[in-house]
Design a protein. Structure first.
Length: 223
């Protein structure tokens, strides 16, 4: 029987939408079960006088965005924002293994290893560690995604994708899901704006002869 389970492993709320929601929307339409794991709490590194209130708003946005798309379940950890490097890597690895062993996904989407954000880098490293190719490992495909306003800012490094998913029919779902993140959205020309997301999807699509696409770097593909 075919394993049709997908796990998104992201550092912060909204990374899952920015990274791969156009693609997983297609998978959901095809009958796949999608799960999201968010590792970091997402707010405390920012200047604010009311982190508790802002965190509560962010949690509601996270659930609304994922429920809208049809994600089966959102798993939540609360590692410190922009400080994953202060946490023992093994602790983050075990938190990923706990969820991965529970749902046994065949496909994982996660961060790009050369992202600017330290939490994104460590999420990638922990994911790779947690999915070592042992005989009983369920994960057969791993793809890393870009995060606008993070991946492209790591000069002089650049995102170098080799897999492109056609999201021409699901971009509207990605944009709607992102619209739930009002506390995270910015105004254009900021990359993390609805218009910025659409322009990036258009650019990635144009590179491979599609109207709109999401781009990924393949990490492991076992067929």
């Amino acid at each position: 029987m075919k394993n049709n389970k997908i796990l998104i492993i992201a550092a912060h709320p909204d990374d899952e939408v920015l990274g791969c929601f156009g693609t997983v929307a297609r998978y959901i339409q095809q009958g796949y079960d999608v799960f999201t794991l968010i590792l970091g709490e997402g707010k405390t590194s920012r200047e604010s006088k009311n982190h508790t209130k802002e965190q509560k708003i962010l949690e509601n946005e996270l659930l609304n965005a994922n429920n809208f798309l049809g994600v089966k379940n959102v798993f939540r950890k609360f590692f410190p924002d922009n400080a994953f490097d202060k946490v023992p890597l093994l602790e983050i690895v075990k938190s990923i293994e706990e969820v991965k062993n529970k749902i046994k996904p065949a496909i994982i989407f996660t961060h790009y290893e050369k992202d600017l954000n330290i939490d994104h880098q460590i999420t990638y490293k922990a994911t790779i560690t947690a999915t070592r190719s042992l005989q009983e490992e369920s994960v057969k495909e791993i793809y890393s995604f870009e995060i606008l306003s993070s991946t492209e800012w790591n000069y002089p490094l650049s995102f170098q994708p080799d897999v492109f998913f056609d999201i021409s029919s699901t971009l509207s779902l990605k944009l709607k899901a992102m619209s739930f993140y009002q506390s995270e959205l910015q105004n254009y020309p900021h990359p993390r704006s609805l218009e910025g997301i659409k322009i990036n999807a258009q650019y990635q699509g144009m590179r491979v002869g599609l109207e709109y696409a999401e781009a990924f770097k393949s990490i492991k593909v076992i067929k």
